[in-house]
Design a protein around this ligand. Structure first.
Ligand code: PHE
Length: 493
């Protein structure tokens, strides 16, 4: 097992982990989520979630990866036989995400290019859904959209090369370039944004605390949801990445650094986005509240309008979309590595073969989103796979480890042996009680909501086929992969 790939340096690991954590979620999800859930007051539940769930879970996943030095399914299996399934389930979830995530990056590539000529004209929204994506009704698929297909193929080529080169020469080198570059570009964007007229109003809207919301349970759930997604927890990613750490590596310190870097980037994104929104509101005589959006809408409908209003806007637009590409690519690589590692170990094949099979399969499936129905499909799959995939698998993971396998104490001792910061019983309390309770509550709340109303107003049969079935199949496929024995573990183990 000692010829296992390894990171070349601690910094390399940290940059790769940050590259995974810092993704589209930081740039387009955090600002709107914070704003809608109490603005400045949101920082309280957010910090609470970071310290009671985010960092403790990150420490747990780093410890598991470091201790068992395997892909997520095999690491879980080594904790307890019955847990292998949870690992495969997470790997399949990651696979599903890796089939639509590059679509968004492909849009960003095109928009980086569109920025210079401002191809979106006066109406960015109708350009995005009409001219660019030619969106069809939900449930219909329609023709392939070449302006998505070609950048998508290009991105897959880049991903194949990076993954094919391996952990140290591929993933580490890529992140060593992407993440510092992303930081520089992003700081330039934020400086530009805060010096625009009207920026202050945007920042006031973002930071103004609405303390009355803090009493609302859903605000706390939103904080936990943001932290989980943002830190790439329960995606099998962090276990895989930490399995490549050299034996002598600090665990808790690395987890704190990753967590704090990710949150700092989130805060920075909040400032940049709201400064830009304040500018747009002042230019168009609207209230900041009326222009706030998150997700795809923020990046591809609101930002193009902001860019159009700005002086010397081509460069700013290019930098904004380039930052989405860099943040997205490094997350994309991390999510694909989960199944590359899983396939390689389970089927005892070389890295090249597993990249070809795993990446090839994901690339083929991703083509289904490069058509006129792609936007609705992506939106639905994303919602269901996050709520009934990532969050649910996270709940199973902590419950299995803390309650059934009862291995928290073991993991705590292991982490303490190699780390500077020592974990106390607070760590077990966070993982054994606080996290399962909040995640369980979150599940229930989402489930009740989704059974009552159709998500996004989509037709029920569409949601059934591409939402529920996709999420549930991930669970079953995970179970099927568990059946096959590991190479050289065929006897008793
Ligand atoms: N942490 C990522 C983000 O904020 C979440 C993610 C990781 C999504 C990997 C996809 C792949 O965007």
């Amino acid at each position: 097992m000692d010829n296992r790939s390894q990171w070349g340096s601690r910094l390399g690991f940290l940059l790769a982990a940050m590259g995974s954590a810092i993704g589209l979620g930081n740039i387009w999800r955090f600002p709107a989520t914070a704003y809608e859930n109490g603005g400045g007051a949101f920082f309280l539940p957010y910090l609470f979630a970071l310290l009671t769930a985010g960092i403790p879970l990150l420490i747990m996943e780093y410890t598991i990866g470091h201790k068992y030095r395997s892909s997520a399914p095999r690491s879980f299996k080594r904790i307890s036989k019955g847990m292998e399934w949870i690992g495969w389930w997470q790997v399949i979830i990651s696979f599903v995400i890796s089939t639509y995530y590059p679509i968004i990056i492909a849009w960003a590539v095109m928009y980086a290019y569109f920025s210079f000529g401002q191809s979106w004209g006066d109406d960015a929204t109708s350009f995005f859904v009409g001219d660019f994506l030619q969106v069809a009704d939900a449930g219909t698929f329609g023709a392939i959209v070449p302006s998505v297909l070609f950048p998508l193929l290009g991105l897959w080529a880049v991903v194949f090369i990076i993954l094919g080169l391996g952990v140290k020469k591929g993933i580490e080198v890529a992140n060593k370039i992407f993440i510092p570059l992303l930081a520089i570009i992003f700081i330039i964007i934020v400086i530009r944004a805060v010096t625009l007229p009207g920026a202050v109003e945007g920042l006031n809207a973002f930071f103004a605390p609405d303390w009355s919301q803090i009493k609302d349970g859903s605000v706390w759930v939103a904080a936990y949801g943001q932290i989980f997604f943002s830190l790439s927890i329960a995606f099998a990613i962090m276990i895989t990445y930490s399995s490549y750490l050299p034996k002598k590596s600090d665990i808790t310190n690395n987890a704190f650094i990753t967590g704090l870097a990710n949150s700092s980037f989130e805060l920075l994104a909040g400032i940049g986005v709201f400064a830009a929104l304040g500018f747009m509101a002042s230019q168009t005589d609207q209230a900041v509240a009326d222009v706030v959006q998150g997700g795809v809408g923020l990046a591809f409908m609101v930002f193009p309008e902001i860019i159009s209003e700005m002086p010397a806007s081509g460069l700013f637009g290019f930098l904004f979309f380039a930052s989405l590409v860099l943040a997205g690519l490094s997350s994309m690589i991390s999510i694909s590595e989960t199944y590359i590692a899983g396939i390689q170990e389970k089927f005892n094949v070389s890295r090249r073969v597993s990249v070809t099979i795993g990446g090839g399969l994901a690339a083929i499936v991703s083509l289904f989103y490069a058509n006129q129905g792609g936007l609705n499909l992506l939106d639905t799959v994303d919602y269901f796979i996050n709520n009934y995939g990532v969050a649910l698998a996270g709940l199973f993971e902590v419950v299995a480890i803390a309650w059934f396998a009862r291995s928290l104490k073991d993991l705590q001792n292991y982490a303490n042996d190699v780390s500077d910061i020592r974990l106390g019983s607070w760590w077990r309390l966070c993982l054994g009680i606080i996290t399962p309770v909040v995640l369980g509550f979150m599940m229930l709340q989402n489930l009740l909501g989704d059974l009552k109303d159709n998500y996004g107003g989509y037709p029920i049969d569409f949601l059934f086929s591409f939402g529920w079935i996709v999420a549930i199949s991930a669970m079953f496929l995970g179970a099927i992969l568990t059946i096959k024995k590991w190479p050289n573990e065929t006897k008793s183990q």
